[in-house]
Write a protein that binds this ligand. Sequence first.
Ligand code: GAP
Length: 436
Amino acid sequence: MMPANFDTIVSLAKKRGFVFQASEIYGGLRSAYDYGPLGVELLRNVKEQWWRSMVQMRDDVVGIDSAILQSPEVWVASGHVASFSDPLVECRECNSRHRVDKLKDPNKCPTCGNSGTFTEPKEFNLMFKTHMGPVESEDNVVYLRPETAQGIFTNFENVRRTSRMKLPFGVAQIGKSFRNEITPGQFVFRTREFEQMEMEYFCYPDDADETFERWIDIRNDWYTDLGMNADNLRMHAHDADELAHYAAGAFDVEYRFPWGWDELEGIHNRTDFDLKAHMDHSGEDLTYFEQETDSRFVPYVIETAAGATRTTFAFLIDAYTEEEVNGESRVVLKLDPRLAPVKVAVLPLSKKPDLVETTNRVADSIRGNWQIEVDVTQSIGRRYRRQDEIGTPFCVTVDFDSLDDHQVTVRDRDTMQQDRISIDSLAAYLSDRLPR
Ligand code: GAP
């Protein structure tokens, strides 16, 4: 299935309260976004599913949450201060700025259409700089982290010692990262503030190739298991000339966005580059000692680096469906129930007080299990349509018969089939159909 139209998704995201422009009442801050009541649930669910599969369900991966601000030395050691940059040109005619490597024609300004008007390319470092403490001097410059990964490498020994993990083992982290992108865009796809879900898997150097292949499969399966259409996913292997300075091998998980294939996640064989770099710069010993073989060495690292905000956007696009039902068209977000922002909507057939009272009682009886919504306004048909449009897997309707027979009607979002269920067995009915 082809992905949905970009403008349609952006307008649904704004209209239904998934994503708002940051500082909208002040005209908006370009490339920063706020997540609304539905967006925050969807984003949380994506992160929750990632954490569940990467940490909770595995006995070889533990999690951490490192600080956004780190010693500037971290970014010197990692290579970000020297080389985390993009080549920037400015058009002398219209003053627009562009990344040279993203230009279709390196001589022609895509903003004003003039040729030969670019300045010489300059390397532009993407890290945001700020100052720690009250004095703004070069001595107290700190950076907002451009990736979560380095907080894992610097804690390698702390985690190994305290969790008593033995090779091979991984350390996972979810958190905000910041990059002063030259060309942010495509809504929340490329922003200057975003969230990442990264995992560094430390392994024996000899096992790195096999471990790399294994993680490529695991990560591909994660997306399809959560309902992403396999036709809209592909693995792109980097050629040797595309590889980052730290990588011996790299694959991108790519999604077919409305504008074409683009990256969702990078899977890299980072060799022993990072631990060695931090050993050299900090003077600390980050080698691994293996008692059985009485040997000491620097582990290799396989990294899986996904964008939480970008992945959330891809799930939203992938779930968007327009279909014809009994001669009427409906929009439905066919999100996997584990990702759906609202799992169950409880709807009284009318606003009559005794129906609303029973509705509230039914809602209270399941509120502790799932994110639910009670909606009493508008016709039942319109309320079903709204819930379809935000991807709610089940609507529970309380009608006049419910007052006597203590039963409710449960409507399935995808099949629109309706089951009559006793209120007492509602929680069990939903539990069977809402996996964790
Ligand atoms: N530690 C390796 C690393 O950060 P990356 O490929 O630069 O690798 C990993 O970033 C993922 O983070 C990307 O695949 C993407 O999903 C997300 N990401 C990177 N820059 C982003 C941005 N400006 N806006 C949104 N997501 C971004």
